[in-house]
Design a protein around this ligand. Structure first.
Ligand code: SF4
Length: 483
């Protein structure tokens, strides 16, 4: 066992990196924060590097002692190939992440150790075992806490390769339990929602350069007491930020107002479906009987843009659901929308139900990317589901509909902001590609902040807020691939 380790940490490319669905900008948004967090537990003398295959070419001719690979379902094939490669070169290989947690036996065939669930307890336990020369093949998380984490090794992140280098996580999991969500599968056997201490979260925020932040928490507002304390102390920090939350948290009195007052400018909201029956069937009770339109109006009144998530293919969805949903979203003036095809991820309640009903069509994980129908829908064919999904994207992001959505806003500045935000995210793909190839993407951050800065808003408490934002698309890095 070498005294000091050469450790290589890898985020393998999602399979779609080699497919027509690849959008470089979508995967040049956030650095691999989870790996940087694990790197914090390593010894200062260890030689550690973090590699994100979405933004850089991976050299494979090296000889690390320890290789750590984070897996998602659509990167599993690539993750296993890398794992096999490095094991053949004599490295000790660890696999963790959502897909490893869902299917640890599958992952075990390619790894020396697999990690089930979050790593705050298992990763340091593994390192102690590894240094003692007796690592175990499987580590299962049971003790969950975000208190007193070692500092995240942000120094290992190649910031210039990302549009949003300041991603941050101050909680893990979510207090809700939606059937299609990875959350229950990932956190089973322990707490499934917990937060950092407010002072520690603030210290991390204070240490991040620049102005913009992106909270990658599944549900930043899941513990209102924590959220309010955080927002209260963030006032005066001059930050602008984005996050994800629920309809319920938007409509809760006072919560989103405080968030806006300390810099919230864009929120990813999981509306998922306009059907109450679908919500019940998926156990998404926190959306039930809430007024979606009122939530959107409230966000817009506070100067907060909306990235709305919708899932197609639930059992109440008929072939008209796509046009209906797009028309509704445009009418509400939603700035950006993220559409998904319902996908039964292994380990979820939805997957168990679909298997029991004999509706899962195959286990080609490459196609479990929320763009393909991998199950038999109740009221349409899989082909109609896929065609409708693509049609929804095309329709929503037609210039005509972008302008129609913008026209809902009050005032020219708000309308221009809407057009710049939606158009910049979806209509300038070739430009983004050139910028990314030139490795200049991070230079776009100030410009985007300015473009998206809207008119100052007045909160109900009288506080003025400053506006800015960025395109949202955090979906692939969340524990939910379908928020
Ligand atoms: S889909 Fe969103 S609200 Fe539902 S359990 Fe997952 S993270 Fe929570």
């Amino acid at each position: 066992m070498p005294r000091h380790l050469r450790v290589k940490m890898i985020l393998p490319a999602l399979t779609e990196a080699t497919s027509p669905f690849w959008r470089p900008i979508k995967y040049s948004l956030f650095p691999p924060l989870g790996l940087a967090t694990l790197a914090g537990y390593l010894d200062d003398a260890d030689e550690v590097s973090i590699h994100d295959e979405h933004v850089e070419r991976l050299a494979l001719d090296d000889h690390p002692d320890l290789v750590v690979i984070q897996t998602y379902i659509t990167s599993a094939r690539r993750a296993y190939a890398l794992a096999d490669h490095y094991r053949a070169r004599g490295a000790y290989v660890c696999l963790g992440g959502l897909h490893t947690t869902s299917l640890p036996d599958e992952a075990s065939r390619h790894a020396d150790s697999v990690f089930i669930g979050p790593g705050e307890d298992t990763w340091p336990a593994f390192l102690a075992d590894f240094h003692a020369g007796r690592p175990r093949p499987r580590y299962v998380s049971t003790t969950r806490t975000l208190e007193d984490l070692p500092p995240i090794r942000r120094d290992l992140i190649k910031r210039r390769l990302y549009l949003v280098p300041n991603s941050i996580v101050v909680s893990r999991g979510c207090p809700h339990t939606c059937d299609f969500c990875y959350k229950e599968a990932f956190f089973k056997g322990g707490k499934s929602f917990y937060t950092r201490r407010v002072d520690q979260a603030l210290a991390e925020i204070a240490g991040l350069p620049g102005r913009h932040l992106y909270f990658l928490d599944d549900h930043l507002f899941g513990n209102p007491r924590f959220a309010l304390a955080l927002f209260n102390d963030m006032r005066g920090m001059g930050r602008i930020w984005q996050a994800a939350g629920t309809v319920q948290s938007v409509l809760a009195p006072g919560l989103i107002e405080q968030a806006a007052a300390c810099g919230l400018r864009s929120l990813f909201v999981g509306f998922e479906t306009l059907s109450q029956n679908n919500l019940v069937a998926q156990h998404k009770m926190q959306n039930l009987r809430y007024d979606y339109a009122a939530a959107i109006r409230k966000l817009h009144d506070l100067g907060v843009m909306v990235n709305a998530s919708f899932v197609f293919g639930m059992d109440e969805d008929d072939p008209d659901v796509f046009d209906r949903t797009v028309a509704w979203a445009v009418e509400q003036g939603i700035e950006t929308a993220t559409f998904h095809i319902l996908t039964p991820y292994p380990g979820t309640a939805l997957y168990a139900r679909m298997v029991a009903q004999g509706r899962v069509l195959h286990s080609n994980w490459d196609l479990y990317d929320t763009r393909h129908a991998v199950f038999q829908p109740a009221r349409m064919t899989p082909q109609a589901l896929e065609a409708g999904y693509w049609r929804a994207y095309r329709q929503f992001y037609r210039w005509r509909n972008i302008f129609a959505g913008a026209s809902v806003k009050t005032g020219l500045a708000s309308r221009l902001r809407h057009v710049a935000y939606a158009g910049g995210w979806k209509k300038l793909e070739p430009l983004w590609d050139i910028i990314i190839r030139a490795r200049q993407v991070t230079r776009m951050l100030p410009m985007l902040e300015r473009i998206l800065a809207g008119p100052a808003q007045t909160t109900p408490t009288g506080a003025r807020t400053e506006n800015a934002g960025l395109p949202d698309s955090a979906d692939y890095v969340r524990t939910t691939a379908q928020k």
